[in-house]
Write a protein that binds this ligand. Structure first.
Ligand code: HEC
Ligand code: HEC
Ligand code: HEC
Ligand code: HEC
Length: 233
């Protein structure tokens, strides 16, 4: 019975996330952005020229800058450089009695790191919109548009909500020490997967910098270990 539930959750989520595993791959895997070919190593992308000073082709620059960052607007990442999305989003609602113990999600807008990710991944802001440039290439249509989540997030795992002991019913408490794919202890509590405000965000499941597990996942999802880190199934 337990296995059936897990399979159902995955079966529901994966098609809704717009991910087709037959046509997509995790690309080159590596433990840091210095490995060329990682999805977030943009050094050879044509949209990354930074033409005004001829310092194009950098790795960190589309997201971080040493000077003149968006520090007043962005506190979730240091020295943020990329233009933020101003789009309106449709958030995950859940169906029937599902969702935050039947209370409904009541999510309003992405915040925290999710908003930073969506500032490229919603397709509304050009990838090259950083450091005073406007850019023209967006995620829409880029590389088949597979990484374009759009602004309708009803079909994506809920993000930007607080994960605390109140919602812990179908999920473990934030202090639960979750297991790795091979059943051994990670030694880390679920709270480590949450952002500084205790919220589930894109960065609960993905890291911006490393791709050692494919799809930039924060841990291996073999045997659905990532899902089971939080979900009791
Ligand atoms: C695609 C966007 C992106 C790129 C490219 C990127 N970062 Fe980040 N970085 C982020 C985000 C988002 C965060 C905050 C969220 C987090 O760490 O989970 C962050 C956090 C950080 C932090 C603070 C937390 C930590 O992980 O230590 C440092 C330092 C950092 N980045 C350095 C770099 C450097 C150096 C590079 C280039 C080699 C780089 N980043 C490239 C998006 C990016
Ligand atoms: C500067 C723009 C930018 C930002 C900011 C950004 N990304 Fe990306 N991301 C990209 C591009 C471009 C790709 C490559 C898309 C492709 O090749 O289809 C990508 C690819 C990915 C992939 C797919 C990896 C794979 O193996 O297929 C994931 C997952 C991802 N990003 C997650 C995130 C998350 C999570 C954040 C926020 C922490 C984030 N991105 C922030 C531009 C960005
Ligand atoms: C609950 C965990 C979870 C959350 C939260 C999450 N993702 Fe993912 N994401 C995954 C997994 C797992 C995959 C790998 C593909 C799969 O298993 O379906 C993935 C795949 C992706 C891909 C690759 C899609 C492709 O077709 O190449 C992108 C891009 C991505 N996520 C971006 C994001 C962004 C941006 C956010 C925040 C708005 C986010 N993810 C939130 C778990 C998550
Ligand atoms: C960082 C913790 C965390 C991770 C990792 C995570 N989830 Fe979730 N997920 C939650 C929380 C918290 C909720 C909202 C509470 C609830 O609905 O039980 C939720 C909601 C959901 C829902 C919607 C339930 C509903 O009632 O509407 C599904 C389905 C789901 N997650 C599947 C997954 C899958 C599949 C994975 C792995 C790819 C995953 N989750 C990874 C924390 C997580």
């Amino acid at each position: 019975m337990k296995k059936v539930i897990v399979t159902l959750s995955l079966g529901v989520l994966i098609p809704l996330m717009g991910v087709s595993q037959t046509t997509l791959g995790p690309g080159t895997t590596g433990t840091s952005l210095s490995v060329a070919g990682l999805p977030h190593n943009f050094s050879s992308q044509t949209w990354n020229p930074y033409q005004n000073v001829g310092l194009g082709g950098q790795i960190c620059q589309p997201c971080h800058t040493p000077h003149n960052s968006n520090f007043a607007q962005v506190t979730e990442a240091p020295l943020w450089n990329h233009t933020l999305t101003t789009a309106s989003f449709q958030m995950y609602v859940g169906t029937g009695s599902f969702g935050l113990n039947g209370g409904g999600y009541g999510l309003t807008a992405p915040d925290g790191t999710s908003k930073l990710c969506l500032s490229c991944h919603d397709g509304s802001v050009a990838l090259g919109a950083f450091g005073g440039q406007t850019g023209s290439t967006t995620m829409t249509g880029y590389d088949n548009g597979n990484a374009d989540l759009g602004t309708d997030l009803r079909n994506d795992h809920p993000v930007s909500f607080v994960y605390d002991s109140v919602i812990a019913g179908g999920v473990h408490t934030p202090t639960y020490i979750y297991k790795l794919f091979d059943g051994t202890s990670s030694g880390k509590a679920v709270s480590k997967l949450l952002d500084i405000n205790g919220k589930v965000q894109c960065t609960s499941c993905h890291g911006p910098h490393s791709n050692s597990k494919g799809y930039q996942l924060s841990m291996s999802n073999q045997n659905s270990a990532l899902c089971l880190a939080c979900h009791k199934k």
